[in-house]
Each structure stands twice: as C-alpha cells, then as structure tokens.
Design a protein around this ligand. Structure first.
Ligand code: DAH
Length: 377
C-alpha cells in the first residue's frame, strides 16, 4: 500500500515505531478477545432489533485515511485542535491515522450503504494513564431513514429520527448493562445536530457510554443522499469493556498472557450476557515511580505533555502506566517555568528491576534534552 521509508522520510510524519507496529493487529477482530466479544454482542443487539445482518458490518477498513475523510468530510472546523500534530498522528501532510471511525461515514454513505456498523482501531496522541492508550477501538453506527418512516402528524423529521435514535441506544445500553439508570446529556459534535451523549449510572457514578445525534444535512448531501435523514453514533470499545468486564488497566487489552486471554470466551458471553462474569484481576506487580524536574525551553511551544508521553511510550512501551504533572512553578525573576512530571513504571506481567527502570528513566531524561531542549534540574 505504501512503503515505510516514504512515511518515515516525510517531515509531517509524527508516528513512532511503537505506534506504527500496532497497525494491523486488529484486536477487535479476535473473537475471544474482550473487544471482539463486545463488538459481537453489540452486533447481536442490532440483529435482534432490526433483523439479521440488516446493519452491515465493516471491521477491516485500513486505519490510514486522508485528512479529508478524517476531518473535512465530517465537518470538523479548519481550526479545530484535533487537527493539530500534537493531537493526531500524521503520515504526511494529507494522510493521518484515523482518530475516529466517523472518518468512514462519508465513503460508506457514498457507496450506497444505509445501515452499517464500522469497527476499527483509532489513534490519538494523548496523556498516559490507566484508561488512555494511544491506540484504541471504536464502533460507529449509521442509519439512513426511508421517506416512509418520516411520516407523522405531530412530529418533525428531526424529532422522529431523534426519538428512534434514543430508543435504539437505550436498548443497546440495557442489552449491555442490564437494568440501569440512564440520562441524556446535550453535546456538541460537528457532524450531528442535535447531538447527545448517553450516560448510565453504574457502580456509583455517571458514566458516558456513547456520543450520537442527527446527521448534518450537508454530510448526507455530499454523499449522494440529498434530502434524506439519518442518525449516527460512536462509542469507544475499551472504555465500555473496562467497565463491563472489570478490567483495571487499558494495557491489558494488548496482553498476550493466557491468564488474561483464557478468561474470555465469546460463546459464553453471547449466550449468557456480559454481566455474568467479571475479569479476575491478578495481583499487580509493584510500581516504580520516577520524577523528572526541568526548566521549560526558551521556546515553550517545543514542549507539550502529549509529546512527552509519546517520547516515554517510545522508550518504555507498555511498561509505562502513567505520566502526570505533579508540580509547576514560575520564577518571575528569571521568567522561567519549571515542571515536575512523575512517571509510573509498572509491568502487567512481571516485577521490574531497579536497574532496568533506571536505564529507561535515564534514556527519557536525555531524550527530553535532545528533543525538547529542556534544562534538567
Ligand atoms: N467521533 C466521535 C468521537 O470520536 C464519536 C461520535 C459522536 C460519533 C457522535 C458519531 C456521533 O457518529 O454521531 O468522539
């Protein structure tokens, strides 16, 4: 499809080897992986509500897409921060690793699809903690309405579509979580109007389950569906799987260990319902905390938290659990600002030795000087 050399040579490329190596792993395609199970269980719900396969499934669409698909086709404003190289992985000036499965709405609609579910890996430069990983998985659903479905005496088109959308997604949440309290929260997405988020009350707190809304007319028009109405939703599979299966750290989804993977069996969950079984968390190995204090460079734009996280992930891979700013102060005499970040190293699979963590941390420190021009303290 393309050669790695071309990508690596492009000045816009900000994709580290670590991220690059995730392409093609496709955790959501593994039937007995928690993400694959959740995908199937959601698919089962749509089959039971609308009829077998009446929502067409797409789960092997390649994650490198054009900036048009990722942003313009879904009306992301030209100056939106998600377009920045600090937030998104660029292959070159015109191609990115998709940051959401919404990137495929336009093409799917244009090729005539009316009801579909797209599942795929998505990529975002972000902070590092137990619930954030730069590669995660989303599912997108779209339903275009027939003219005959929009006939009503007292409701307008937007109301008809919103009601059907909310009914469908409440049904989905109940299918996944059982009888739970739910609420709708108004939201903003460029591709829908009105837009909503569905939250459920689970384990003592309100949890966002998905985003959705009535598709903007111009998206329908640009994809050859002039005058039609549609709804769309998008959800993060890890986020839901962590809650449903009680998985404590997002890195576990990438674990090759049997004691993780042996706990998930698609047949059992699809037959018995997800709520039946929880993940048996194996005891955690001890963390190793390392702080790094430094003066920001003269040109502060050279340093961002996302860039630091990318750097640490590139050196420590899955051994980094969290990167957080724990102290910041400004010296008004010198005009300089100091930051202190705490890096938590921990393996999901074994005890780390002091020596190996020290090597990682030394590496992080010197690369910070080289890449960002910070002054270590
Ligand atoms: N693309 C959104 C995100 O990544 C999720 C989303 C929200 C998708 C609303 C939709 C939608 O299709 O209608 O956060």
């Amino acid at each position: 499809m393309f050669s790695i050399e071309v990508i690596l040579d492009d000045p816009h490329n900000n994709i580290s080897d670590y991220i690059f190596q995730r392409i093609g792993i496709n955790l959501h395609q593994r039937a007995n992986h928690p993400l694959g199970i959740l995908k199937s269980v959601i698919g089962d719900y749509f089959d039971s509500k609308y009829g077998q396969e009446s929502f067409k499934r797409f789960d092997d669409i390649y994650p490198i897409v054009s900036t048009f698909e990722n942003f313009d086709s879904v009306l992301v404003p030209k100056d939106h921060i998600s377009r920045s190289a600090n937030d998104t992985y660029y292959v070159d000036a015109n191609r990115v690793l998709r940051c959401h499965t919404s990137a495929h709405q336009h093409e799917m609609l244009k090729s005539g699809e009316k009801q579909f579910l797209v599942t795929g890996d998505v990529y975002r430069r972000d902070s590092i903690d137990a619930t954030h990983f730069p590669v995660f998985h989303q599912m997108e659903g779209v339903r275009v309405f027939e003219a005959s479905e929009l006939i009503s005496n007292d409701l307008n088109d937007v109301e008809i579509v919103s009601i059907e959308l909310k009914d469908t997604l409440e049904g989905l949440a109940q299918h996944l979580f059982g009888k739970v309290e739910m609420r709708w929260v108004d939201a903003y997405f460029p591709f829908t109007e009105p837009s909503f988020e569905l939250e459920i009350y689970f384990n003592g707190e309100w949890l966002e389950v998905l985003g959705c809304g009535v598709m903007q007319q111009s998206i329908l028009k640009d994809s050859g569906n002039q005058g039609k109405m549609a709804w769309a939703f998008g959800l993060g599979l890890e986020r839901l799987a962590m809650v449903l299966f009680d998985i404590p750290d997002i890195r576990l989804f990438w674990s090759d260990e049997n004691r993780f993977s042996d706990q998930f069996d698609a047949q059992m969950f699809r037959a018995g319902g997800i709520g039946m079984k929880k993940f048996k968390s194996y005891s955690k190995y001890p963390p190793c905390l390392k702080d790094v204090s430094f003066w920001l460079p003269e040109n502060v734009a050279n340093f961002t938290e996302n860039n630091l996280c990318e750097l640490v992930r590139g050196i420590a891979g899955n051994l980094v659990e969290e990167v957080k700013l724990i102290d910041e102060f400004h010296n008004s005499k010198t005009g300089k600002t100091s930051n202190c970040f705490r890096i938590v190293y921990r393996s999901m699979e074994r005890s780390l030795t002091d020596e190996e963590v020290n090597v990682l941390q030394e590496n992080v420190r010197s690369r910070m000087v080289d890449e960002f021009g910070v002054t270590l303290r």
